[in-house]
Write a protein that binds this ligand. Structure first.
Ligand code: ADP
Ligand code: 5GP
Length: 193
């Protein structure tokens, strides 16, 4: 890839339910930021409102492991038991070759790996919920996971919150309007410097 074709990278990480998807969708809707979403691969099942190749490339666990062996992932994680998620190298090539900046929504371990890989080309943002209790209510209201899956995500969130200081910035998502405004301002500043 030639140097002129290299864009920038924005990484959003947080415990599940903190609001990454909501914030990333908002940023994708701002044309002059020239952001395109890096569609990850996952072996989890598709939710009702999701579409293959738009939200994720939905793969079977076997297909996912084949792609791991082929070296197709820049990073991948078993984020939850038997649920694999990974960043495809081909997504970054595609987005940068279109002259756009890439935006990622990945778990905290993936976010730290991507930041290590991209260095100063990337801004890494940790989205922090006001509390674990609020996080749990958000997951319950989202109604996309069963109660046992929500419990699994909350248990993991306690550990994930300790990773916040390893990110370039922490974005508190309490009042959504404020969080969207702060996210836009920080991303705009990073892209224009
Ligand atoms: P993530 O992608 O981090 O798992 P989502 O963006 O799906 O999180 O948000 C989880 C749920 O919380 C969604 O139902 C979303 O509409 C809601 N939500 C996001 N931010 C806020 C907020 N600041 N206040 C209240 N609800 C929120
Ligand atoms: P969900 O199942 O709610 O869509 O995502 C669960 C978690 O997996 C979220 O924290 C999400 O950011 C993360 N995730 C999504 N794609 C990737 C990826 O490519 N790599 C890693 N490491 N995590 C991912």
């Amino acid at each position: 890839m030639s140097a002129q074709l290299k864009g920038k990278a924005i990484i959003f990480s947080a415990p599940s339910g903190a609001g990454k998807t909501t914030i990333v969708r908002h940023l994708l809707g701002i044309p002059d930021l020239r952001l395109s979403f890096s569609v990850s691969a996952t072996s989890r099942s598709m939710r009702e409102n999701e579409q293959d190749a738009r939200d994720y490339f939905f793969l079977s666990p076997d297909e996912f492991r084949t792609r791991v062996r082929l070296g197709d992932f820049l990073e991948w994680e078993e984020v939850y038991h038997n649920q694999l998620y990974g960043t495809l190298r081909s997504e970054i090539d595609r987005i940068w070759s279109e002259g756009r900046n890439v935006i990622f929504d990945v778990d905290v371990v993936g976010g730290i790996s991507l930041k290590n890989h991209f260095g100063t080309t990337a801004l890494s943002v940790f989205v922090q919920p006001p509390s674990i209790e609020v996080l749990e209510h958000r997951l319950q209201n989202r109604s996309t996971e069963s109660p046992d899956k929500i419990a699994m995500r909350i248990a993991k969130a306690r550990h994930e919150l300790t990773f916040a200081p390893r990110f370039d910035m922490v974005l508190i998502n309490d009042n959504l309007e404020q969080a969207l405004q702060d996210a836009e301002e920080s991303v705009r500043k990073f892209l224009h410097t």
